[in-house]
Design a protein around this ligand. Structure first.
Ligand SMILES: O=C(O)CCC(=O)C(=O)O
Ligand SMILES: [Fe+2]
Length: 331
């Protein structure tokens, strides 16, 4: 964990929040169909103030489609290592697309090595245009991979934009608030595979080290294995158990900065002691590369003065990857 995060963690958890022993489930149908957006906004507000996480149900993405992406993800991670390494993220320049081997990204660098392996996809561009924007790399031995995973990415962008509307309403902003910040947003569609761990497990090697997400919003699909843990106010790790048919939504640093810590980008990690392989599919949506993020006037008060200086989305995000990606931090 970068030092500033470690220092801020205590502060965050001291903040006036209700502790939680489970993550709330929010039915977002009334947000999506417009029948009761305000009720959903209220539930989102409680969840993001107190846990930074929520499950969403009735999200409109067919479960058999999600299952088919899990299936192709399993097939991808089953490929021989040399085939995966041929698509290594280091070959994508600053676009940051492709395969990341175990220990190739450590989200709590200096403390934990991450056992997970990943594959990252993003908005398709024909050449590298700059950080996070460039061509994807595709596995030629899995012809169905591209259509399924890129199609999923498109559905996620759409869902995330609807969720951002709900978040805007939950902050008493107009529902279109995020539109001007997300015209061509950085987004990453990631596939993850966690091998099981057994015996003594210390914090030096786990599935994914304790971290907050970097951007605006994460939409996570997980299989039925379990292992996600989210920290509560008493610094207890609460299990984010799988609930079939839901996604887990959590906010990242940028929304925490925007809300001046009213909403919590909460710490989480994965420890897979199930004895089974675990797969998950997180999608990250951020803001435009040059979007400036600073505390909203409505979240700055005498008792909660502005805690953050403006930062551009791209600067913040690339800065965090620069220390977590082994291939970048060694360069
Ligand atoms: O696999 C999971 O459940 C969580 C993954 C995660 O936290 C991340 O990729 O940022
Ligand atoms: Fe995360």
């Amino acid at each position: 964990m970068p030092k500033d995060l470690a220092a801020r963690l205590d502060d965050r958890l001291r903040a006036k929040r209700e502790s939680f022993d489970k993550i709330p489930v929010v039915d977002i149908a009334p947000l999506l169909d417009g029948s009761n957006k305000q009720r959903v906004a209220k539930e989102i507000r409680w969840a993001l103030m107190n846990t930074g996480f929520m499950y969403v149900k009735n999200h409109g993405i067919p479960q058999d489609f999600v299952d088919s992406v899990f299936e192709v993800s399993r097939r991808f991670f089953d490929l021989p290592t040399w085939q995966k390494m041929a698509l290594h993220i280091g070959k994508s320049d600053v676009a940051l697309r492709g395969y990341i081997e175990p220990f190739g990204e450590n989200t709590d660098p200096g403390k934990t090595k991450d056992l997970k392996e990943c594959f990252d996809i993003g908005p398709e561009c024909s050449t590298v245009e700059g950080p996070f924007f460039g061509p994807n790399q595709w596995p030629s031995s899995l012809p169905e991979f591209r259509e399924l995973t890129y199609g999923y990415h498109q559905r996620m962008v759409d869902l995330a934009k609807k969720l951002l509307k709900g978040i805007a309403l939950s902050l008493d902003l107009t529902e279109s608030y995020f539109e001007s910040l997300t015209r061509n947003p950085i987004s990453i569609q990631r596939l993850l595979h966690y091998p099981p761990q057994s015996g003594y497990i210390g914090e030096d090697i786990i599935g994914i080290g304790a971290h907050t997400d970097y951007g605006n919003l994460t939409v996570l699909a997980q299989d039925d294995v379990g292992g996600l843990q989210v920290m509560n106010r008493d610094r207890i790790w609460v299990e984010g158990m799988p609930i079939y048919g839901t996604f887990i939504i959590n906010i990242g640093d940028l929304i925490q900065r925007l809300t001046n810590d009213v909403y919590l980008a909460n710490m989480h990690r994965v420890v897979n002691t199930s004895g089974r392989e675990r797969y998950s599919i997180p999608f990250f949506i951020d803001a435009d590369f040059n979007a400036s993020i600073e505390p909203l006037p409505s979240c700055v008060t005498n008792s909660n003065p502005a805690r953050y200086r403006p930062v551009t989305c791209g600067q913040h995000k690339f800065g965090r990857f620069a220390v977590s990606y082994t291939h970048l931090s060694k360069a």
